[in-house]
Design a protein around this ligand. Structure first.
Ligand SMILES: [Zn+2]
Length: 318
């Protein structure tokens, strides 16, 4: 009994061990399975997408989103030579614009930047005004000093002549009349110089007031810059995501930015993972890509050829 019981027991234990061994064997060979049931690659059959929901607070309509989607599509298709994407309003892959604090911050930052630009433009306008006023004032001051020196010379000469004729007991009528005229000319000149001196002083006061104003604007601007730098610090966050059935975009600065985010998420939808080249569309971070003239890098192209199971996946030409 003992033995047979022992034999029976041995048989019962043996079954789960076999089952476990069988499971492990399956898990170890997924490539064979994948190959047997593989769907056509995106290079063989374009991926279909539909425009999903767009939060109105983005200020972007369906037409504009479609333009950005088409640009992202062209980026991949022109870069690889494959027809990779096609719009189908019944497609299961939806493209959504999802509004949250990320885009709120983007909008706030854009507003703040516009305010900073405005403050800086005002400041620069005042500085330009100051430069013009100072240049005019310096020229006018030079002229005033030259006229003053000339006046002093004439006055000295007049006084010398008067002293001379006084010590000689008086001047003849003709000379006396000349002196009278010179004296009246000198008095007129002195009045003109005095008027100019007052005007110059007034203008100096104006320039000083303008300097105060400029300093005040500079101080306001600098405070705004400090405030901007504290409020909008560098931080990393998710701009977009591919969930398997959705491409959700959470944040973009402008339409060319949106285009690259979409191109990146399309890349994931094609089955491409992140690449290590920082300029690649499929780099995890949006930073070094050329947003003005976006292009696939050789790594992006090779990665697509990889998911399309093409040989020589590092070459663009086939
Ligand atoms: Zn990514």
């Amino acid at each position: 009994m003992n033995t047979s019981r022992a034999k029976a027991l041995g048989a019962i234990i043996g079954i789960p061990v076999l089952v476990i061994a069988f499971t492990v064997a399956w898990a170890k060979n997924p490539p064979d399975l994948a190959h047997l049931f593989s769907a056509p690659t995106v290079c063989e059959k374009p991926l279909t997408y539909a425009i999903g929901s767009i939060d109105g607070r983005f200020g972007v309509g369906v037409v504009t989103l479609q333009e950005a989607v088409t640009a992202a599509e062209k980026l991949w298709e022109n870069g690889t030579g494959f027809d990779l994407l096609s719009r189908d309003d019944n497609a299961s892959l939806k493209i959504n614009l999802v509004f949250d604090e990320r885009q709120i911050k983007t909008i706030e930052e854009a507003r703040f930047k516009a305010k900073l630009d405005q403050e800086h433009t005002l400041y620069q306008g005042l500085v330009a005004q100051y430069d013009t006023l100072v240049a005019v004032q310096e020229k006018r001051l030079d002229e005033y000093n030259a006229s003053g020196a000339l006046y002093d010379k004439r006055l000295t000469n007049y006084n010398t002549q008067v002293t001379h004729w006084n010590s000689a007991g008086g001047a003849p009528e003709k000379v006396y009349n000349e002196f009278a005229k010179e004296r009246s000319d000198l008095e007129r000149l002195q009045q003109e110089l005095e008027n100019e001196r007052q005007e110059l002083n007034q203008q100096n006061a104006n320039i000083n007031a303008l300097t105060d104003k400029i300093n005040m604007y500079a101080s306001t601007f600098n405070k705004s810059v400090d405030s901007y730098n504290t409020t909008f610090t560098e931080e990393q966050f998710e701009q977009g995501q591919y969930t398997g059935t959705m491409i959700n975009v959470f944040q973009f600065d402008d339409l060319s930015d949106l285009e690259i985010v979409l191109a990146h998420e399309f890349g994931h939808a094609f089955g491409i993972d992140h690449l290590s080249n920082p300029t690649a569309i499929m780099y995890y971070l949006m930073e070094k890509q050329d947003t003005e003239r976006p292009e696939l890098t050789a790594e992006d192209v090779a990665a697509l050829r990889g998911v399309c199971r093409m040989e020589n996946s590092t070459s663009r030409n086939d």
